[in-house]
Design a protein around this ligand. Structure first.
Ligand code: GN1
Ligand code: MG
Length: 356
């Protein structure tokens, strides 16, 4: 990989990149410092089949990280380079480079934090505050300064349409055996498009969202506090309820998103309550309707993720990385079960939101 590394403006000697198992889209590596006290780096091969406009993608990330860095500085925050990602440019000042095969690479300073798959109520509260602050800090960034890195990314209606197209095409010959799962999901489509409808009626705003608030996109410090929010590929205008819901989908669940044993999947109400309390403390810009829809956002995100995983399964696993042949199907079923579990506690979730 040295032809790639040598393109970036690295100041001190580094060792060989080591692959990291994070994310289902890009390939990630840590590039360790060889000298004590020198920075290590986080190198990523960008999946340009998913992010087709890499130039715009990288510009978005630069805009967002610069904006947050400014805000942190203005607040007098300590340790700013551990609190927000910093892109490392190439030696010619570009925000990414290409290798001989035409693949795209980018680099960040490495932040020494821990990412978690499951969290405690206390760290969930801190994370809620952190995501509220994140949206708050970006709330004065004009929407036009960002390009939608993936158009219609969190548009449920669009995702349902992609599922319908996958059913029609039946590219992998898997439709017949999954008919009842497909029907289950399609039968709930209208109900799950509520947020999009409210937006079209002018009742819900779009705000700059993270759009991938999975629990493992938050880095924690050794004392358990939140250091930094990472994976900024999809920061774009969207509905705040979807960021809220995506966090709960991955954190307020007793099992991972690909849990094969469905009976292990339940909603963690302690995490829901803790995250909601933190988020509502800092996200002071929310309208009453946005607040009211937060619990629905959880259902919506589990639904949309189920639709996306099933679509990929029917298409023959062309989008998400998989570790075994049925992986996307297992993921789909886990998301459907989580949705059912969330429906059971919807009223309870609404009561909690009303309380804060
Ligand atoms: C993908 O690659 P990763 O883990 O950051 C996906 C998200 C999904 C997630 C499901 C660009 O995110 O939307 O929620 O997998 N990102 C993209 O685990 O599609
Ligand atoms: Mg991501």
């Amino acid at each position: 990989m040295s032809p790639i590394l040598s393109q970036f403006a690295i100041q001190s000697p580094v060792g060989d990149p080591r692959p990291l198992k994070v994310g289902l889209i890009n390939d990630s590596y840590v590039v360790p410092a060889l000298q004590e006290g020198a920075p290590s780096y986080f190198l990523q091969k960008i999946n340009h089949h998913v992010f087709t406009d890499v130039e715009a993608l990288q510009r978005n990330i630069a805009v967002v990280t610069d904006h947050i860095r400014e805000k942190l500085r203005a607040q007098g925050a300590a340790d700013v380079d551990r609190r927000v990602l910093r892109l490392v440019p190439t030696r010619t000042g570009k925000l990414y480079c290409q290798d001989e095969a035409g693949d795209y690479w980018r680099m960040y300073l490495w932040i020494d934090g821990r990412s978690l798959e499951t969290i405690s109520a206390e760290s969930a509260r801190w994370t809620g505050e952190a995501f509220g602050q994140f949206q708050q800090m970006l709330s004065d960034l004009p929407a036009e300064s960002l390009t939608e890195s993936i158009p219609n990314f969190h548009n449920v209606g669009f995702r349902v349409q992609q599922l319908q197209e996958a059913v029609t095409a039946d590219a992998a010959g898997r439709v017949a055996e999954q008919k009842s799962l497909i029907d289950t999901l399609l039968s709930r489509a209208e109900e799950m498009c509520l947020v999009q409808r409210l937006y079209q009626e002018g009742k819900l705003p779009k705000r700059i969202n993270h759009c991938d608030t999975k629990v493992n996109n938050v880095l924690f410090d050794t004392d358990g506090s939140v250091l930094c929010i990472v994976d900024l590929d999809t920061v774009m205008p969207g509905f705040v309820v979807s960021d809220f819901g995506d966090f709960m989908r991955t954190a307020a669940s007793t099992a991972p998103e690909d849990e094969p044993d469905l009976d292990n999947i339940h909603v963690r109400m302690d995490i829901f309550e803790a995250y909601a309390s933190g988020y509502l403390k800092t996200a002071t810009f929310l309208t009453p309707l946005e607040k009211k829809l937060l619990p629905f956002g959880c259902l919506m995100m589990s639904y949309m993720q189920a639709v996306r995983f099933l679509t990929d399964y029917l298409n023959g696993d062309t989008y998400y990385k998989i570790q075994y042949p049925q992986h996307n199907l297992v993921r789909t079923k886990a998301q459907v079960r989580l949705l059912e579990e969330q429906c059971k506690v919807l009223e309870q979730m609404e009561k909690i939101i009303n309380r804060y």
